[in-house]
Design a protein around this ligand. Sequence first.
Ligand code: G3D
Ligand code: MG
Length: 177
Amino acid sequence: MEKKQHYVFKILLLGDGGVGKTSLLRRFIDNTFTPDYKSTIGVQFMTRTVDLNDEKSIKLVIWDVAGQSKFTSYRHLYYKDAEGIILVYDITRPDSFDNLEMWISDAVKHTARNAHIAILGNKVDLEDKRSISKSKGREYSTEKKAVLFSETSAKTGFNVDNAFLELTKNILSRGFI
Ligand code: G3D
Ligand code: MG
């Protein structure tokens, strides 16, 4: 008897241009990092199915709001029904950290109230250029009631799988109504 339960979770990737959203997605989906993919990327979302255990299979549909200016209301059409929101900043760019406030309020306004928020400080391989400390990122995430805070590198792959999988487990365990 097939007892496996199948789930589909929609996850949004948000954050300033250049912080590494598309790179994180590609790292998670294909385990690659290609600095010059820009012209070949034509899709708005990618999927990966993860089997957390023998009983649960989860298809993640991850939306990259690439190319959508943060000043257009059009992008809000993609926000609806998301179970998870991944906010990304670049640890070397303070402006990308400061803008999280805008991205969070925007996401909260346009998604269901109990969407789970994860905050990722990306490009941790550029430690010598760091301008946002890990503790500052963590404090901010706690303040915003994010279910997950992590520092990642799409370039090396550091913490990338982990971040997506932890968010998935969180959505699963706390439920989504
Ligand atoms: P975006 O989708 O948020 O706009 P991209 O960001 O994924 O397009 O990445 C923007 C630039 O940052 C790219 O460089 C990409 O290679 C680089 N990048 C993404 N993630 C990392 C990372 O973890 N570490 C480092 N060192 N660089 C990263 P280019 O030069 O193509 O603009
Ligand atoms: Mg992109």
